[in-house]
Design a protein around this ligand. Structure first.
Ligand code: 5GP
Ligand code: ZN
Length: 118
């Protein structure tokens, strides 16, 4: 799979072609606010390299998912939700609600989060 896909929304954000509210980054990842937030804090953490799903990213580079979790923790601390609690979730595949086929961790917090989710 190509490292950057010209028709991919999140590759466009990473390349700076599409604006986003960036709240964190690392060499391998970028973190930006979700356009349609589902919680007071709703940040997407994406690898700079394009993989469609968490399964594909994990198979190709297991450390990448660790890095997403690490950056999510940093953003949670900066957002003041690290102690109260937050959720990090990867919707994987259409039945689970994945609409953007560039793997992204949703960091959600700042309100109570029911479990199991809908
Ligand atoms: P998924 O449904 O694939 O798990 O999550 C995709 C997320 O991307 C959704 O929560 C949606 O609100 C968000 N999103 C869609 N388009 C844009 C955009 O152009 N900019 C940003 N920042 N988020 C977007
Ligand atoms: Zn992409």
């Amino acid at each position: 799979m190509a490292p950057t896909e010209s028709d991919c929304l999140f590759c466009g954000i990473i390349a700076g072609r599409i604006p986003a509210d960036v709240v964190g980054e690392s060499e391998q990842t970028l973190a930006f606010r979700d356009l349609n937030p589902q919680a007071p804090t709703h940040v997407l953490i994406v690898p700079r390299q394009h993989y469609a799903t968490a399964a594909q990213a994990g198979a190709a580079d297991a450390g990448l998912l660790d890095e997403i979790a690490r950056v999510a923790g940093e953003v949670a601390t900066a957002e003041g939700i690290a102690d109260t609690g937050y959720r990090l979730v990867f919707n994987t595949g259409p039945a689970a609600g994945q609409t953007v086929l560039h793997v992204h961790g949703h960091l959600l917090g700042g309100r109570g989060l029911e479990w199991p989710p809908g």
